[in-house]
Design a protein around this ligand. Structure first.
Ligand code: SF4
Length: 708
């Protein structure tokens, strides 16, 4: 018997690398070889250390193998009926908003589609939110304010072809390693290409930078406000583009002038030297082919949306968008945060890039779905959702493929919310996570190597994830479990899909239904796809409208945007600092982030022994000056205390953080390191527009701890 090879997509970060897996003859065979797909346009054969170790994570000893109700193994029928009965009862007694989904950028587009359809069209609630709220919600709102749509303009080639790359709030070397490798290779080939890293911390990404601008935490918008002001002084405004393709320049420019009137005021606000800021201005002025690449450091902020628009303003003002090697480019953290956005899997979206406020959209979606109970307004965003749960307003929550007991801010509040909730359903492939421990009902889900469907990466590229191994035990696909509950609720015909191919075709048909006006997402070309064509789907960038099977490499090349008048919008921005500032009682600013070899809450990467070698234990980076003052030794135990709680971490003395600042990675859970859940310390402060938590900022104090 010959082993076969399948192409699939890496389940970790939003780069969305293609992976080749050689399927073993039987599940008992040795681990199958995993390699980078030479033909996938995201990685051309490369894999980072996380992707390369995927084979080690395929056979976990901690798989959830049967449905469980109240701690007892039950049949799928019994579990589904338990869930459907309770949903029906709370909807009858308290209305549809007593139910909520809390989804994940790890699930596939088809899973997202049916969850969104069930909640918004059939149960009648828009309480469909996701852990993607924690990673890219501010970027979404920033795009929508500027372009009238959630549309990423650029592609990965632009990162290699630009002459100036400004990387803001991104440690891509560790969080998006293959993109970083592509950028590093481009820089090696063209040393004249300038790279600037804007980040309070000196990260591994700075290794390839011509300049690191170590700004004061949260002050990013002021850098771009000042760049906008200087663009006019330098005469590099694209007057024709501003006049013909945008609105609102005068207001945005006036605000930029008043917010950052001088080099010294801007430099002081950002905490950088005038010389460095001026150097950035010079490079910006001289370099039409500029990409601004941004990620969590921009998004996870109480002013994250404003930061995004401050960046976009600069690109619109100089016409640096819709052309090769130029544009504002947000990168998503998760493998399918983009797919969730496309189907409307956020509480403030309806479906297929339509919002509740989009004229005619509710009626159109209702007709397409033949939906009996359409939601009519936005639902609750992640933090609000868990607060409503604690208040007793949300009585049934279905959490899918995510671990909010570790990842949401103020995890003590999340525990109180889940304890209060009358029915907590958790779909997961793992039996033991901090969140499965809170479940009343557990649905055993298929994992990455068993799931089948599509994901979309950060450059709008749709790729197939293909099932490699048979599902163990009673594990089932998430879309299947959702459809079973929907059918048990009485919605038979609308959820009678036989496979993911049928779901994808319906999703594609909705994207183009009656020319719904969202040409930014139209993938109608796929709506008639056969099973064979779906199975053979090669990576392609949306939109993929009928007649354009090759997809769309770059957006806005025609200077037309998705606002009602086709013009992009400038947004007047007043830069602001994080909501909680240091005080005598809480003198340190805590910044949180990721390490190179772990992923989120380690439910998968924790299974790969080799990945623990890079960073074996949770730690906190402390500047040596602060450590000396507080008598903290390198590698000694430190207590980090915030107004919400405390954690114990190993001290790592490092000049990568500025004095009065500390950095701690987020990955470790109660299971991996007791008392080290860093999100415990983070307050539930959110951006008022995006609802994205300010996870990059918390005020803490440090205490040296005698070894225990
Ligand atoms: Fe996977 Fe991201 Fe690494 Fe690519 S860069 S192999 S998508 S973790």
């Amino acid at each position: 018997m010959t082993a076969t090879s399948k192409k699939t997509t890496c389940p970790y970060c939003g780069v969305g690398c293609g992976v080749n897996v050689t399927i073993p003859h039987s599940v008992d065979d040795i681990v199958p070889p995993v390699s980078g797909d030479l033909e996938h346009p995201a990685n051309f054969g490369r894999l980072c250390v996380k992707g390369s170790s995927l084979a080690q994570t395929l056979r976990s000893d901690d798989r959830l193998l049967t449905p469980m109700v109240a701690g007892q193994a039950v049949s799928w029928n019994e579990a589904v009926e338990t869930v459907a009965d309770k949903i029906a009862q709370v909807v009858k007694d308290h209305g549809p908003d007593a139910f909520a989904f809390y989804l994940s950028g790890q699930i596939l587009t088809e899973d997202y589609y049916v969850a969104n359809k069930l909640a918004k069209g059939f149960i009648g609630t828009a309480n469909v939110d996701t852990n993607s709220r924690l990673c890219m919600a501010s970027a979404v709102v920033g795009y929508k304010r500027a372009f009238g749509s959630d549309t990423v303009p650029c592609n990965y080639e632009d990162l290699e072809r630009c002459d100036l790359l400004i990387m803001v709030g991104s440690n891509a070397a560790w969080t998006h390693p293959i993109l970083y490798q592509r950028i590093a290779a481009a820089k090696k080939q063209r040393p004249e290409m300038k790279i600037v890293v804007i980040d309070p911390r000196e990260t591994a990404t700075c290794d390839i930078a011509d300049m690191h601008l170590a700004i004061k935490p949260g002050s990013d918008a002021a850098v771009f406000s000042y760049l906008l002001k200087c663009s006019a002084q330098a005469g590099i405004l694209d007057e024709g583009f501003i006049a013909n393709h945008t609105n609102g320049f005068d207001e945005a420019f006036a605000q930029a002038k008043s917010s950052t009137p001088t080099l010294s005021s801007a430099a002081a606000f950002c905490g950088v030297s005038e010389q460095d800021l001026n150097r950035l201005v010079g490079w910006w002025n001289d370099t039409p082919k500029t990409v601004t690449f941004y990620s969590q450091g921009v998004n996870q902020s109480s002013s994250g949306v404003d930061k995004c628009n401050a960046i976009i303003n600069c690109h619109l003002a100089t016409g640096r968008i819709g052309v090769e090697g130029a544009g504002p480019f947000s990168i998503t953290g998760q493998p399918n945060a983009m797919g969730g956005r496309e189907v409307g899997g956020l509480a403030n979206q309806l479906a297929a890039h339509m919002d509740f406020a989009t004229p005619g959209a509710q009626e159109l979606v209702q007709r397409f779905w033949q939906a009996p109970n359409m939601a009519t307004e936005n639902g609750l965003k992640a933090v609000d959702l868990f607060q409503a749960m604690e208040e007793g307003k949300v009585k049934v929550v279905w959490i899918m493929s995510t671990n909010p007991m570790v990842s949401l801010p103020d995890t003590a509040q999340v525990r109180r919310a889940l304890e209060k909730c009358e029915l907590v359903i958790v779909s997961d492939c793992k039996a033991h996570t901090d969140t499965t421990a809170m479940a009343d009902v557990l649905f055993p889900a298929t994992g990455w190597s068993e799931k089948d469907g599509t994901v979309t990466n950060s450059e709008r590229r749709i790729s197939r994830q293909r099932g490699l191994l048979p599902a163990p035990g009673e594990a089932k696909h998430d879309w299947w479990a959702i459809c079973e509950v929907a059918k048990s609720l009485g919605f038979q015909s609308a959820f009678s899909y036989r496979n993911v191919h049928e779901i994808f075709n319906e999703h594609a048909a909705l994207s183009a239904f009656e020319n719904n006006g969202r040409r930014d997402f139209d993938i109608g070309h796929f709506s008639q796809m056969t099973q064979e064509e779906y199975d053979a789907l090669v990576p392609v960038q949306w939109p993929v409208p009928k007649g354009r099977p090759e997809g769309t490499k770059r957006m806005f090349e025609d200077g037309r945007f998705f606002t009602s008048d086709g013009r992009a919008r400038f947004v007047a921005i007043s830069p602001s600092l994080p909501q909680h500032q240091a005080s005598p009682a809480w003198p340190f600013t805590l910044n949180t982030g990721r390490v190179r070899d772990q992923w989120h809450t380690m439910t998968r990467t924790g299974d790969a022994a080799s990945l623990a070698k890079h960073t074996a234990q949770p730690y906190v980076e402390i500047h040596p000056k602060d450590a000396k003052r507080l008598s903290i030794e390198d590698k000694s135990l430190v207590r980090l205390v915030s107004p919400l709680g405390q954690v114990l971490l190993k001290a790592k003395l490092s000049r990568a953080v500025a004095p009065d600042n500390v950095f701690a990675p987020i990955h470790w859970t109660q299971q991996f390191a007791n008392a080290s859940v860093v999100s415990n310390l983070i307050p539930q402060v959110v951006d008022p527009l995006s609802g994205q938590p300010e996870s990059k900022h918390a005020q803490v104090r440090l205490e040296a701890v005698a070894d225990i």
